[in-house]
Design a protein around this ligand. Structure first.
Ligand SMILES: NC(=O)c1ccc[n+]([C@@H]2O[C@H](COP(=O)([O-])OP(=O)(O)OC[C@H]3O[C@@H](n4cnc5c(N)ncnc54)[C@H](O)[C@@H]3O)[C@@H](O)[C@H]2O)c1
Ligand SMILES: O=C(O)C1=N[C@H](C(=O)O)CCC1
Length: 255
């Protein structure tokens, strides 16, 4: 039985993940951490100020983090001190925060980090990579849409898409929306962010050439698609050697 705790337990993703853990006979939900205290599936959710005591007392095998970047850095540090594996889905990290996470993880604990835990998105990234490689001279536009409450922009998934495109099609300037006379320009990637309603997560990449357009897109209809990938990662990471792993490792798609 793998014991799991969640940081951000009372949030949208926290509750979705806890529901799947509760239904899985191979997993035990031991509680969580959030800004305020509460209970979830009969287990305590403590204030983030008490994370060290919580980890020492409830001893999870894996700590899952779906909070906000600043909080996630501290939670990963606490897991590292306690020697607990982590699965991190939080997005919006700065380069400095990513470096801090690497320092807290490498050589100390195993971690799966992904900007998107949906299996479909991980395959979508591979399709985008192939298209960017083959169509490196086309104009490329990235569009993402998320719900009204999403804090970071562009989404972590869109940032991963931008990294992939640049790796395959060469470095390009990111152009966030356009207004006025846009005139002549060099190679760029247009980035367009939409926020509204309860959109779970849409991403699309358009490759536009002369007389033709190829568009690749992924749409999530339910947060369960992310949560299922998180559960798969939590089962996979328990007992692994220290280091940072990706969903490719979890899904056996690397190499
Ligand atoms: N990687 C993925 O597949 C994936 C999927 C969905 C969401 N996300 C990311 O997960 C994060 C959370 O998304 P959400 O929709 O669940 O947000 P949310 O706002 O519903 O939930 C976040 C929770 O974290 C809590 N929190 C804030 N600071 C905290 C702290 N210091 N310690 C503990 N808890 C704290 C909040 O109170 C809240 O309950 C975002 O960064 C989002 O982009 C990633
Ligand atoms: O709802 C969110 O917030 C999501 N965040 C991730 C991102 O930033 O890419 C994944 C999709 C949903």
């Amino acid at each position: 039985m793998t014991k799991i705790a969640i940081c951000g337990a009372l949030g949208r993703m926290g509750k979705t993940i806890a529901t799947l853990i509760d239904e899985d006979p191979a997993l035990e939900f031991v509680g969580g951490v959030d800004v305020g205290e509460g209970t979830l599936f009969g287990k305590r959710v403590v204030s983030s100020d008490d994370i060290d005591i919580f980890l020492a007392e409830d001893k999870p095998d894996v700590l899952i983090d779906f909070t906000i970047a600043g909080a996630a850095v501290k939670n990963i540090q606490a897991a590292s001190k306690a020697g607990i594996a982590v699965v991190v889905g939080t997005t919006g990290f700065s380069e400095e925060q990513k470096e801090e996470n690497r320092n807290n993880i490498e050589g100390t604990i195993p971690a799966v980090i992904s900007t998107n835990f949906s299996v479909g998105v991980n395959i979508f990234w591979k399709l985008v990579r192939e298209a960017a490689k083959q169509l490196s001279d086309y104009d490329i536009e990235v569009t993402e849409a998320h719900h009204h409450f999403k804090k970071d922009a562009p989404s972590g998934t869109a940032k991963t898409i931008l990294e992939i495109i640049k790796e395959e099609a060469g470095d390009r300037e990111e152009m966030y929306g356009r207004e006025g006379m846009v005139g002549e320009r060099g190679k760029e990637i247009g980035v367009h962010v939409i926020r509204g309603g309860d959109i779970v997560g849409d991403h699309s990449v358009m490759f536009a050439g002369n007389n033709e357009v190829i568009e690749l897109s992924h749409r999530a209809y339910d947060r369960a698609v992310f949560a299922h990938g998180v559960i798969r990662s939590a089962k996979w990471i328990a007992g692994k050697k220290p280091g940072i792993y990706t969903m490719d490792d979890v899904l056996g798609l690397s190499g």
